[in-house]
Write a new protein. Structure first.
Ligand SMILES: *Cc1c(COP(=O)(O)O)cnc(C)c1O
Length: 393
C-alpha cells in the first residue's frame, strides 16, 4: 500500500499529475459522454443516405423551434451566412446604414460590408460588453435601416430598450445570437423569451466551439414572421420558389443532415451544458472576487448569462506577462478580440472616419478569456484558479 498518512496529499498530487490537459474548449470529452446516441444518429443518416435535407434536418429544425419558442427556424450553412441571409431578406440597399458594435467577432460587420451596406460602429457597455444605448441612439440617421445587437460572450444585449428604439425609428433588429443560444431574457412585465427570438430575425452559429456546436459548420435563422421566414428559406436555396424557378438572387446555404443529427442529440443537453458553463463562471468569479486587478464578468439583471466565454478585465496588469505566467502552467487563455471592427483594415474607408468608441478602445487591451466549457473538472478549475491567484501574490 503506497498510500499511508499522506494519502490526501498524495491524492491531490496524483490528481494534478494526471489532470486532463486544459483546453479553451473540449469537444472531444463532450462527445465521448454522449457517443452512443450521437453515433446512432449519424449512422441513421448514413443508412438512409439522405445527406442533404434529410429527416434529421427537419427534426432538428422542429425541435429547435420548440426549444426557442420561435415560430420559424431556417437552417443554413453557418452563422455568417445566417447574418447575410437576414440582411438580404430585409431588402437592405447599398448605402443603407446598419448599426453594430465594433467590439464583436468580425462576421457581424463583415456581411454588412459584403452586401455594400454601410457599417456604423457603436460602443459597448463596459459591464455587459454589449451595445451601449446612448451610443446607439446617437448613431441613428435617416439612412439607418437596421440594428444588429450581439449577445457577446453569452450575455444578452438590452433587447427591451433596443426594440423600443427600433420601433420609434422604424428599424429592423437582427440579433446575432451566435454566442448566446439558450439565454433567457426577462422583460420588465415579467415575460420571458429566448435571445434570438426577440428581434425581427435571430441568427446563430453551430460552429463546434459554440454553446450548441456541430461536428462541422452550421447555422440557423429564427423569426416569428412567416413572410420573412419564407423569404429567408428561399434565399438560402438559390432564391428558388419552385424547382428551377429562381425569383430572387440567393445563395447556397444548407445545414447538412449529419450536422443536424448531431445537433438534435446535443440540443437535448443544451440547458445542462449552459448550466455547466455557469458553474465554471461562478467558481472563477468567487475565487477572483478579492483580486482588485480583476473585474469579473457581470450578469445583467434582465437575463441569464450562458457564458460562451468567461471574459475578465485586467486592471493595471501587464496582460502579456499574465498570459505568459498562465502559459507556463499550461493554462491557455485567449483575447476576444484583439482588434475591434472599427480598426480592421477591411473597413479601410471607415478608418478615415472619426469613430468615438472610448469603451471599446479601453476594453480591447485589457480583456482576457479563461477556459470555459462543459467538461471542466475540479482539478482543472483548482489549477486554473491557483495559477491566476499566484500571479497576484
Ligand atoms: C461564431 C460567430 C459568428 C459566425 O458564425 P460562423 O458559424 O463561424 O460563421 C457570428 N457572430 C458571432 C458573434 C460569432 O461568435
Amino acid at each position: 500500500m503506497i498510500l499511508g498518512k499522506n494519502q490526501s496529499f498524495y491524492c491531490k498530487f496524483a490528481k494534478i499529475y494526471r489532470m486532463r490537459k486544459i483546453q479553451m474548449v473540449d469537444t472531444k470529452t463532450q462527445y465521448l459522454a454522449i457517443k452512443p446516441q450521437v453515433d446512432a444518429a449519424i449512422n441513421e443518416v448514413l443508412d438512409t443516405a439522405a445527406y442533404i435535407n434529410g429527416k434529421a434536418v427537419k427534426d432538428f429544425t422542429q425541435n429547435l423551434a420548440t426549444y426557442l419558442g420561435a415560430e420559424h427556424v431556417i437552417p443554413c450553412a453557418n452563422g455568417t451566412d445566417a447574418l447575410q441571409i437576414a440582411m438580404m431578406a430585409l431588402d437592405l440597399q447599398p448605402g443603407d446604414e446598419v448599426i453594430t458594435p465594433s467590439f464583436t467577432y468580425i462576421a457581424t460587420t463583415e456581411v454588412v460590408a459584403l452586401l455594400r451596406l454601410t457599417p456604423v460602429f457603436v460602443d459597448v457597455d463596459p459591464v455587459t460588453f454589449c451595445m451601449d444605448m446612448e451610443s446607439l441612439k446617437k448613431a441613428i440617421t435617416p439612412k439607418t435601416k437596421a440594428i444588429v445587437p450581439v449577445h457577446l460572450y453569452g450575455q444578452a444585449a438590452p433587447m427591451e430598450e433596443i426594440m423600443a428604439i427600433a420601433k420609434a425609428h422604424n428599424l429592423y433588429v437582427i440579433e446575432d445570437n451566435a454566442q448566446a443560444i439558450g439565454c433567457d431574457y426577462t422583460f420588465s412585465d415579467g415575460t420571458k423569451k429566448k435571445t434570438g427570438t426577440i428581434g425581427h430575425i435571430g441568427a446563430t452559429s453551430f460552429y463546434p466551439s459554440k454553446n450548441l456546436g456541430a461536428f462541422g459548420d452550421g447555422g440557423a435563422l429564427f423569426t416569428n414572421d412567416k413572410v420573412l421566414a419564407d423569404k429567408m428559406a428561399m434565399i438560402a436555396n438559390h432564391g428558388q420558389s419552385a424547382r428551377y424557378y429562381h425569383d430572387v438572387v440567393g445563395c447556397n446555404s444548407r445545414l447538412d443532415s449529419i450536422q443536424a443529427a448531431v445537433l438534435n442529440i446535443k440540443l437535448q443537453h443544451l440547458d445542462a451544458y449552459n448550466q455547466a458553463r455557469q458553474k465554471v463562471a461562478n467558481y472563477y468569479s468567487t475565487a477572483f472576487a478579492n483580486i482588485s486587478e480583476i473585474i469579473t464578468p457581470a450578469i445583467a439583471t434582465y437575463s441569464t448569462h450562458v457564458f460562451h466565454q468567461y471574459t475578465m478585465q485586467l486592471k493595471n496588469v501587464d496582460r502579456d506577462k499574465f498570459i505568459a505566467h498562465l502559459a507556463a502552467k499550461e493554462i491557455p487563455c485567449m483575447i476576444y478580440y484583439p482588434v475591434p471592427g472599427h480598426l480592421q483594415k477591411m473597413f479601410g474607408a471607415q478608418n478615415n472616419q472619426h469613430w468615438n468608441l472610448p469603451i471599446t478602445d479601453q476594453l480591447t487591451p485589457c480583456v482576457c478569456s479563461l477556459p470555459i466549457h462543459t467538461e471542466m473538472d475540479e482539478a482543472q478549475l483548482v489549477h486554473i484558479v491557483e495559477g491566476v491567484q499566484s500571479f497576484f501574490n
